[in-house]
Design a protein around this ligand. Structure first.
Ligand SMILES: Cc1ncc(C[n+]2csc(CCOP(=O)(O)OP(=O)(O)O)c2C)c(N)n1
Ligand SMILES: [Mg+2]
Length: 575
C-alpha cells in the first residue's frame, strides 16, 4: 500500500521526527529490544528518534551488509524481533543476504529504510532507487507515506501493530521523508495532533494487540498409541534452544525408540542420543538395524547429513510424522506425512504410551559409542587438524556458552565427529541459505545479545568474505573467540567430483596464501596462530577467560580435513 500525500506542513522536519518517534516507541512496545543502525541522511528522522529511545540498545556499524547479519544474530540469540535502520539506495540492498537468511529460518528482523518522497523517485534524484518490494518475497512489505498531519497517529500505530505483531519473519517498513530532515526549532507543539493517542502515551503496551488462542489440534491418545506400535526412530533436526529439545531425550526413553540427532538440534553431543548417525549410516550393521524401522517422527527440518536425508527418503515408512513450530514445507524428499504444528517441548509432553517394541534398537547405542572411541583414537590422538580442533572446542563447552558454527566444512565436521559429552553449548548456524557470508557478523550479534562466552568456528574463505565485520567484534565485551580454520581455500571442494585437480584449484578452491595476523591487528584484536593441539588448547582456554574478542588462526594443510573424512569413512564402512 502506498499513500501519496502532497500536503506540505510548516514543520516538516519536526513532523518527520515525530513519526520516527512514534514508530520506534511502538516497536519497543512490540518487543523490540535492539536497534542496529548505519549512518545516512535520509533516515535521519529514524536515527534521531532511535538515539533518544531509551528502551532500545543501539548498535552501530558502517556496512549495512554486516549490520543485517549482526541483527540476525541478535534476534536469534535474544529470541526477539530486532530493528534495523538504514538510509536510502544501495544501503537497503546490502541487507538482502541477511534478510533472506532470516526469512528462511523464521527470524523477525524489522527493516526501517529511509526513502525519498514519491516526486523524487525515478527522476535522477541522488541516492534514489525503487525501495518498495526490494526484498521480493523475503519480507512482508509496509510502505509508509511521507509524514502528514492529515493521517492520524492511530492509523500509523495500528498499521505497525498489524505488520509486526506475531510476525516470525522479516518486515520491511519503507519510510519516505520530504526535506528538511534536521529539526532546528526548539519545540513544536503537536498536542492537538496527538490528542487521540493521549491514553496510549501514558501506557506502555502496543496500541492494538493481536493474540491468537493456540490451535488445539493435537493427536488423540488413540493416534499416539497406534503410532508407537512397532519399531520407530525419532529424528531431532534443526531445533532452536527455546524449543527445549532436551525434552526429546525423555520422550525417546519413554517410548524406547532411538533418537538420532543433527548438528543443529542442540542434542548432537548428548549422551542419551545417537549423535553419530551420519557416520553410522556408512556402516553395514547399523544400516541393517535401522532398515527395520517402520515409523519415524522428525522434529524440525533442514537436516545436514546427506546420509540421514537419504535414509529418511528411501525407507518405506508406515507412518511419517513431522513436528514444526510453523506451517512450512521442510522435506526435500516430499514423503507422504502427517505434520503437526507445535514446539518439540509441547509435542514431547503429550501422554505418550511406551512402544510395543521398546528398546528394539539398543545395539545402536553401542555402535554409537564405538564410533566415539574410534574418533578418540583416530582424531584426538592423530595428526593436528580441523576435526581435532572442532572436537577440542566441543569438549570444552557448557550450557552457559554459545557455539556458532560456520558453513562449509566446519558445520559438517561437527555433524560427523562431535564428541559425546555431559554438557554442551547452545549451537547456532546460518543454514537457511547456507551462505558463507556474514558469519562473523552473525556470531557477533549472538555474542552481544546474551553476553555469554561465544565461540565461532569459521573457514578462511568465509572469514575473508566478512572481514570488515571484525569492526563489529570490537564492540563485544564478553568472551568471543573467533577460530579461523585456515586451510588456504575452500576445502569442501576437495570432496566434490570436480573433473581434475587443475580445475579444482583454479575455479573452486581459490588458494590465497593469506594469513589473518595483520587483519586482526588492523582491528586491534588479540590474535594467535597455532599449528598444534597443545597450542590451540592453551590459546583457546585463555581466550575464553578474556572479556572481549580474540582471533585464533588454526593453520592446517590444504587436504588434511578432506583426507581424514575419506579415511574414517572407509574404516567405518569396513567395521
Ligand atoms: C555467499 C556464498 N558464496 C558461495 C558459496 C559456495 N561455497 C560453499 S563452501 C565455499 C568455500 C568455503 O571456504 P572456507 O570458508 O575456507 O571453508 P572450507 O571449505 O575450507 O571448510 C563456497 C565458496 C556459499 N555457500 N555462499
Ligand atoms: Mg577453507
Amino acid at each position: 500500500m502506498i499513500w501519496y500525500s502532497s500536503m506540505q506542513t510548516e514543520h516538516t522536519a519536526e513532523l518527520n521526527l515525530l513519526w520516527g518517534t512514534l514508530i520506534l516507541e511502538e516497536l519497543a512496545r512490540l518487543g523490540v529490544k535492539h536497534v542496529c543502525m548505519a549512518p545516512g541522511s535520509r533516515s535521519t528522522p529514524l536515527t534521531l528518534a532511535a538515539a533518544r529511545q531509551t528502551k532500545l540498545s543501539q548498535h552501530l556499524h558502517f556496512d549495512e551488509r554486516g549490520l543485517g547479519f549482526m541483527a540476525l544474530g541478535l534476534a536469534k540469540a535474544s529470541r526477539a524481533p530486532v530493528a534495523i535502520i538504514t538510509t536510502s539506495g544501495t544501503a537497503v540492498a546490502n541487507l538482502y543476504p541477511a534478510i533472506i537468511e532470516a526469512w528462511l529460518t523464521h527470524v523477525p528482523l524489522i527493516v526501517l529504510s529511509g526513502d525519498r518522497p514519491p516526486e523524487l523517485i525515478d527522476c535522477g534524484a541522488n541516492q534514489a532507487i525503487i525501495q518498495p518490494a526490494i526484498f521480493a518475497q523475503y519480507a512482508k512489505q509496509l510502505n509508509l507515506p511521507t509524514p502528514d498531519l492529515s493521517i492520524a497517529p492511530q492509523a500509523l500505530l495500528s498499521l505497525l501493530d498489524e505488520a509486526v505483531c506475531n510476525q516470525s519473519q522479516p518486515v520491511h517498513i519503507n519510510c519516505m521523508y520530504r526535506e528538511p530532515l534536521y529539526p532546528n526549532e526548539p519545540k513544536v507543539d503537536f498536542d492537538r495532533y496527538l490528542a487521540p493517542v493521549k491514553q496510549w502515551q501514558q501506557q506502555t503496551t502496543p496500541y492494538n494487540q493481536f493474540a491468537a488462542l493456540g490451535a488445539s489440534q493435537m493427536p488423540t491418545s488413540d493416534a499416539l498409541a497406534r503410532f508407537v506400535h512397532g519399531k520407530g526412530v525419532i529424528v531431532a533436526a534443526t531445533l532452536a534452544p527455546e524449543q527445549n529439545p532436551e525434552q526429546l531425550i525423555a520422550l525417546a526413553q519413554k517410548l524406547g525408540w532411538p533418537i538420532v540427532t543433527d548438528a543443529q538440534s542442540q542434542l548432537r553431543q548428548h549422551t542419551g542420543a545417537i549423535g553419530n548417525i551420519d557416520q553410522l549410516l556408512h556402516q553395514p550393521k547399523s544400516k541393517a538395524l535401522l532398515a527395520q524401522a517402520e515409523r519415524v517422527i522428525v522434529f524440525g527440518g533442514r537436516i545436514l547429513s546427506k546420509r540421514l536425508i537419504s535414509y529418511l527418503a528411501e525407507q518405506n515408512w508406515k507412518d511419517y510424522w513431522q513436528v514444526l513450530p510453523q506451517q512450512q514445507r521442510l522435506d526435500p524428499s516430499h514423503k507422504p506425512k502427517q505434520l503437526w504444528i507445535a514446539t518439540a517441548e509441547q509435542f514431547a509432553s503429550l501422554s505418550w504410551p511406551r512402544s510395543s517394541q521398546a528398546n528394539w534398537a539398543l545395539n545402536l547405542v553401542q555402535f554409537n559409542d564405538e564410533l566415539e572411541t574410534l574418533y578418540q583414537q583416530q582424531i584426538d590422538h592423530a595428526e593436528f587438524g580441523e576435526a581435532q580442533t572442532i572436537r577440542a572446542i566441543a569438549n570444552r563447552q557448557t550450557e552457559k556458552q554459545q557455539l556458532f558454527i560456520g558453513n562449509s566444512l566446519p558445520v559438517r565436521l561437527y555433524d560427523m565427529f562431535a564428541p559425546i559429552t555431559t554438557s554442551s553449548a547452545h549451537v547456532f548456524t546460518n543454514r537457511g541459505a547456507s551462505g558463507i557470508d556474514g558469519l562473523l557478523a552473525t556470531a557477533c550479534g549472538v555474542a552481544i545479545a546474551e553476553a555469554k562466552p561465544t565461540t565461532l568456528i569459521i573457514g578462511d574463505i568465509s572469514a575473508l568474505h566478512d572481514l570488515n565485520s571484525l569492526a563489529i567484534a570490537r564492540s563485544v565485551t564478553s568472551p568471543l573467540v573467533i577460530v579461523i580454520l585456515n586451510n588456504d581455500g575452500g576445502n569442501i571442494f576437495n570432496l566434490l567430483p570436480v573433473p581434475n585437480e587443475q580445475l579444482r584449484t583454479d575455479y573452486y578452491r581459490l588458494s590465497h596464501g593469506l594469513e589473518f595476523g595483520f587483519g586482526a591487528a588492523m582491528f586491534g584484536l588479540a590474535y594467535n596462530q597455532v599449528d598444534s593441539l597443545t597450542d590451540f588448547i592453551e590459546s583457546y582456554e585463555y581466550a575464553m577467560t578474556y572479556s572481549g574478542p580474540s582471533v585464533i588462526e588454526v593453520s592446517v594443510s590444504q587436504n588434511q580435513a578432506s583426507d581424514q573424512i575419506a579415511q574414517i569413512a572407509s574404516w567405518i564402512k569396513q567395521s
